[in-house]
Write a protein that binds this ligand. Structure first.
Ligand code: GTP
Ligand code: MG
Length: 198
């Protein structure tokens, strides 16, 4: 699924400032204090989380020189303005597809303040190797274990605190489609970014 709030004609900056992009002498770099990138394998709920975080303001464009669509939106967390980037699904940091190449380039070039690695709680073990790849690449990664509702339904218990201690990065459990865990996610993002900036 892609974002439901895509296809905006007006630029993101224009929307925030309430005028068209051409009018503005302020660059997006000056407006956004923070950058968040959502990554993960296909179908884990990245776009649902993106929509929950960004609400109505999102734009879509092809990543330069490619046919790959990248969604961008904004949100305010802990008093700071974030640019949020939703990426196409990827299986590894070693790119094979054009989508994976774009996501890797985005991660390395855009210097995110936080990377949310979104995984499916039902297939946690299979997905953790990418979390470790992201961590080892020196990226500021937080693990979002999404679809907790479905994991619960099939009797899978996930100890978030234990997982956090085990992999040494912050972990949040969410059921984004049900809007569960999103406030905790925002809180942990704010704490993480503040701590890194200190
Ligand atoms: N039950 C349940 N379904 C969810 C949850 N989060 C997302 N979904 C559903 O999972 C499907 C995939 O969600 P998307 O947000 O499109 O996943 P994605 O990671 O963006 O997928 P790609 O863009 O293909 O990489 C959709 O049908 C969502 O409604 C959740 O927490 N619980
Ligand atoms: Mg998506």
């Amino acid at each position: 699924m892609n974002c439901c709030n895509q296809g905006s004609k007006k630029s993101l900056l224009g929307k925030i400032l309430g005028r068209s992009h051409g009018d503005s002498k302020i660059s997006e770099k000056q407006i956004f204090k923070r950058k968040m990138v959502l990554v993960g394998t296909p179908n884990v709920g990245k776009s649902v989380i993106f929509n929950r975080l960004t609400g109505a303001y999102a734009t879509v464009s092809n990543y330069p020189g490619t046919t790959v669509e990248v969604f961008k939106g904004t949100c305010r967390i802990g008093g700071e303005l974030f640019e949020v980037v939703d990426t196409p699904g990827m299986y590894s940091l070693m790119p094979i597809t054009e989508e994976e190449r774009v996501t890797r380039t985005l991660l390395l070039n855009e210097k995110p303040d936080i990377v949310l690695h979104v995984v499916d709680a039902k297939n946690l073990e299979r997905m953790l190797s990418m979390t470790l790849q992201l961590k080892e690449a020196g990226l500021p990664v937080m693990l979002v274990v999404n679809m907790m509702d479905e994991a619960q339904q099939i009797g899978r218990e996930i100890d978030i605190e234990k997982l956090e201690a085990l992999i040494g990065i912050p972990v949040v459990g969410t059921s984004a489609a049900l809007n569960r865990g999103m406030d905790l996610l925002r809180k942990k993002v704010a704490q993480y970014v503040k701590k890194r900036a200190a």
